[in-house]
Design a protein around this ligand. Structure first.
Ligand SMILES: Cc1cc2nc3c(=O)[nH]c(=O)nc-3n(C[C@H](O)[C@H](O)[C@H](O)COP(=O)(O)OP(=O)(O)OC[C@H]3O[C@@H](n4cnc5c(N)ncnc54)[C@H](O)[C@@H]3O)c2cc1C
Length: 429
C-alpha cells in the first residue's frame, strides 16, 4: 500500500473545494495514480480562519503514506502530552488523558491548511482560486460542472469537497436539505495574549506552557488550549442554544452573554475569558445522515468531507475523517477501469458511511456525558473518571485504506448486484 495501487489508465478527476478535505483528496488521488486536473475553490485567497483543529493518528498514517512530511504539522501542533478534564466551578481534575486519546496534535486550522496547500502545490497540481462552481451536470460517462465565469469542465469523476453548505449535495440528493440545529452553540475566541495578560496571575495560569483543558458543567463546557508554544490562546464555550444565530464562522459573539455564562466557572480560567475583548458566535449545525453520497445518474459526482459527514467539535475528527474518506475513494477508484467507476464510487459510500457514523456519534456521546455527569451530583461526590474520559482511541488504530482493500471483494459484489437490479440501497432510511 505504500505504493500507489493503480496500474490502469489514470482517471481524470476535478476536485471542488481546496479545504483540508479537498487537499487530502487531491493528495490521495495523486498518490494512487489518478490525474487531478484541477482543484477549484471559490475564494480568491485563503485567510487564517477558524481556530483549533485536531488531526488524529488515523489521518497522519495516510498522509505519511501519500508522501507528506507530517512532522511539519506535528511540530506546529500543541505539544502538551496530556489534557485535563475539570469540574466546572472549581477546576478539580476529574480525568487526565494523553492528548492522543482525542485530537492527536491540535493546531490552528489555518496553519494546517497552509501546509496541506503546500503539499498539493509541491506535486505540481493546479489550485485554481476564485473559481466558484455554480452548476453540475450528471451526464454519464462525462459529468461536468460550470463555473461562475461560464467555463465548463468535464472529468471522469468530480469530487465535491465543498463543505457544510455544499452545492453538490443538492444534486446528489435531488433536493435542498436544511441544516439541523444541534441545540448548542459555541462562543469562540482566539488571540495573542498581551504582555499584561502574561504577567497577570489571575489570567496566566494556562499560558506558561502548552496546555489543553476542559471544564465541564451542566449543559455547557469550555475548551481551552494554547497554540504556537503559548504565544496564542484559544477558548471555546459550548452552551445550550435555542436562538437563531446563523450557520457562520464570522458571526460576532456577545461578550456580555459569555461573562454571564462563565460567572461561576473555576477562578483559574474565569478572568482570562471574562477579560477577552471579542469572540465569535458559532451555531453548531449538522445535517442528518444522508441516504447517498453519489450522484444518481452517472454515479461519478461524489461528496467527501463536511459536505456529507460533518462532525460535532466534540468528535475532534472532521478533518481526520475527511482524510480517511480521501484514501478510501482513491483506493476504490484504483481498483476499477474507467467503465466501472460506478462500482468504486458506490463501494466508497458504503465503506465510509458506517465508519463516519461511529466517529460522529462519539462526539454526541461525549458532549452528552460531559453535560449530564454533574447534574444532581453533590459537591463531595466522587466522579468515576471513565464517565468523563474521551473515548476516541479506538478510532486511531484503523487503517482506512487497508480496510478498503480487505473489504473490496465483498462490497464490490454487493454494489454490482444492486446496480444490476437497478436498486442502490440507501445508506440510511
Ligand atoms: C472557515 C472555517 C473554519 C473552520 N474552523 C474550524 C475549527 O476551528 N476547528 C475545527 O475543528 N474545524 C473547523 N472547520 C471545519 C473543518 O475545517 C472541516 O471539518 C474539515 O477540514 C473538513 O472540511 P472540508 O474540506 O470538507 O470542508 P471546508 O473546510 O468547509 O472546505 C470547503 C471548501 O470548499 C470551497 N467551496 C465551497 N463551495 C464551493 C463552490 N461552489 N465552488 C468552489 N469552491 C467551493 C470553500 O471555499 C472551502 O474552501 C472550519 C471550516 C471552515 C470552512
Amino acid at each position: 500500500m505504500d505504493k500507489p495501487t493503480r496500474d490502469k489508465t489514470p482517471l481524470r478527476v476535478v476536485v471542488v473545494g481546496a479545504g483540508l478535505g479537498g487537499c487530502a483528496t487531491t493528495l490521495a488521488l495523486h498518490h494512487h495514480g489518478h490525474k487531478v486536473v484541477a482543484v477549484l475553490d471559490k475564494v480568491r485567497e485563503f485567510q487564517r480562519l477558524g481556530d483549533s483543529l485536531g488531526l488524529g493518528e488515523n489521518a497522519y498514517r495516510l498522509l505519511a503514506r501519500w508522501g507528506c512530511n507530517v512532522k511539519e504539522i506535528q511540530d506546529i501542533g500543541n505539544q502538551s502530552p496530556t489534557m485535563k478534564i475539570r469540574r466546572w466551578h472549581d477546576g478539580k481534575i476529574l480525568a487526565e488523558q494523553p492528548l492522543m486519546d482525542m485530537a492527536g496534535y491540535i493546531g490552528h486550522r489555518g496553519d494546517y491548511h497552509d501546509i496541506f496547500l503546500k503539499w498539493v502545490r509541491e506535486r505540481g497540481i493546479p489550485i485554481r482560486m476564485g473559481c466558484e462552481v455554480v452548476a453540475y451536470d450528471d451526464s454519464d460517462p462525462s459529468p461536468s460542472l460550470t463555473l461562475a465565469s461560464s467555463e465548463v469542465l468535464t472529468a471522469d469523476v468530480i469530487v465535491a469537497c465543498d463543505g457544510i453548505k455544499s452545492l453538490a449535495r443538492h444534486l446528489v440528493l435531488g433536493a435542498r436539505d436544511d441544516p439541523v440545529s444541534s441545540g448548542y452553540a459555541c462562543f469562540r475566541a482566539y488571540f495573542e495574549p498581551s504582555e499584561e495578560m502574561k504577567a497577570d496571575p489571575r489570567r496566566n495560569a494556562f499560558l506558561k506552557q502548552d496546555s489543553v483543558n476542559f471544564w465541564i458543567g451542566p449543559d455547557l463546557h469550555v475548551v481551552q488550549n494554547t497554540l504556537r508554544g503559548g504565544r496564542e490562546f484559544n477558548w471555546i464555550l459550548t452552551h445550550k442554544d435555542d436562538g437563531d444565530v446563523p450557520e457562520s464562522w464570522f458571526q460576532p459573539g456577545d461578550m456580555e452573554e459569555v461573562r454571564r455564562l462563565v460567572s461561576d466557572i473555576d477562578p483559574a480560567i474565569r478572568e482570562a475569558i471574562m477579560s477577552t475583548e471579542k469572540c465569535l458566535d458559532w451555531k453548531i449545525c449538522y445535517r442528518n445522515p444522508l441516504p447517498t453520497w453519489v450522484s444518481p445518474n452517472s454515479h461519478r459526482i461524489v461528496l467527501l468531507g463536511d459536505s456529507c459527514h460533518a462532525h460535532l467539535p466534540t468528535s475532534a475528527q472532521g478533518a481526520s475523517q475527511a482524510c480517511e474518506s480521501a484514501g478510501v475513494l482513491a483506493v476504490c477508484l484504483s481498483l476499477v477501469d474507467g467503465e466501472n467507476v460506478k462500482i468504486a464510487t458506490r463501494a466508497y459510500e458504503k465503506l465510509r458511511f458506517s465508519r463516519t457514523r461511529v466517529s460522529q456519534t462519539h462526539g454526541e456521546d461525549l458532549r452528552d456525558r460531559w453535560h449530564n455527569v454533574l447534574k444532581n451530583t453533590h459537591e463531595g461526590a466522587e466522579i468515576d473518571p471513565e464517565m468523563v474520559k474521551i473515548k476516541n482511541r479506538p478510532l486511531y488504530a484503523f487503517d482506512a485504506e487497508h480496510d478498503a482493500l480487505d473489504s473490496w471483494n465483498d462490497v464490490a459484489t454487493t454494489v454490482s448486484q444492486e446496480l444490476a437490479r437497478g436498486n442502490i440501497l440507501p445508506l440510511t432510511s
